[in-house]
Ligand binder design. Sequence first.
Ligand code: COA
Length: 241
Amino acid sequence: MTEFETIIYQKQNSIAHVTLNRPHALNAYNLRMRDELYQVLGAIRDDSEVRVAIFRGAGERAFCAGADLTEFLTAPSPIIARQARWERDVWGLFLSLTKPLIAAVHGYVLGSGIEIALCCDIRLASEEVQFGLPEPGLGIIPAAGGSQTLSRVIGGAKALEILLSGRWIKAEEAHRLKLVNRVVPRKELLAQAERLARKIAGFDPVVVSYAKQAIVRGLDLSLKQGLELEARLAHSIIPLH
Ligand code: COA
C-alpha cells in the first residue's frame, strides 16, 4: 500500500482499490489529488499484478463533488490552472489504460466526479446517487474529458441537455440513460463491484485487455476499421483463428 494524502491506494490480490479520500470536502478534486491520481493510474498501468481496478469515494456523502472550488477561486488564473491540468494529462492516461476499470459511485457525483466515473468502463451506482455537471454555472465547461465521454455514453442530445440545463440526474434516470450499468443498495455497492472485479480478474489478462481495446478503441472507428481491429486482436491471441 502506498501512502497518499488525498487517495487511498490498496492492492488486494489482483484488484487495485482506489478511494478518493477527502470526505470533509466531499472528495473534491484538488491539485494534490490530480498529482496523486496520476501516480496511481501509472501504478495500475505498470503493475502486472493488477488486473482490474475499482474507484470509489470515502465517506457516506459523495463519490466526488467536482473540482475543489477553493482552489479554483484562488488559482492565479483559470487559464494557468487548466494549463497545469493538461500538462499532467491525467485524463489521457486514464482513458489509455487497457485494464478494466470499475467505478462504484454514491452520493454526489459532480463535475470531475462524473468525468472520473466516465473514464471507467463499468459504472455501478447506489440508489441515492446524484449526477450533475455544474460547470456552465461556474463559467467554464468540462475539461476532464466529460464533453466527449458523456456524449459517447448517453448520446449528444442528452449530454447537451444535462450540461446546458444544469439539471441533476438521479439513479433511475442514470440507469435509463445507460450512464450507469447497475443501481444497487448503498450497502451492497462495494460488494457488487468487488464480485465483478474478481470475475474479471479470473480471466486471462491479455484476453481481458484485448476485449476492452476491441470495444473501446472500436467505438472511435468506422465499422470496417473496427472489424479490422477485432481481427488483429483476435489473431494475436489465437494465430490461426
Ligand atoms: N470544492 C471544495 N469544497 C467542497 C466542494 C468542492 N467542489 N463541494 C463541497 N465542498 C465542501 C463544502 O465547502 C463543505 O465544507 P465545510 O464543511 O468545511 O463547510 C463540505 O464539503 C460539505 O459540503 P456542503 O456544501 O456543506 O454540503 P451540502 O449538503 O450543503 O451541499 C453540494 C452539497 C454538493 C450540493 C454542495 O457542496 C456543492 O454544491 N458543492 C459544489 C459542487 C460544484 O460546483 N463542484 C464543482 C464542479 S466543476
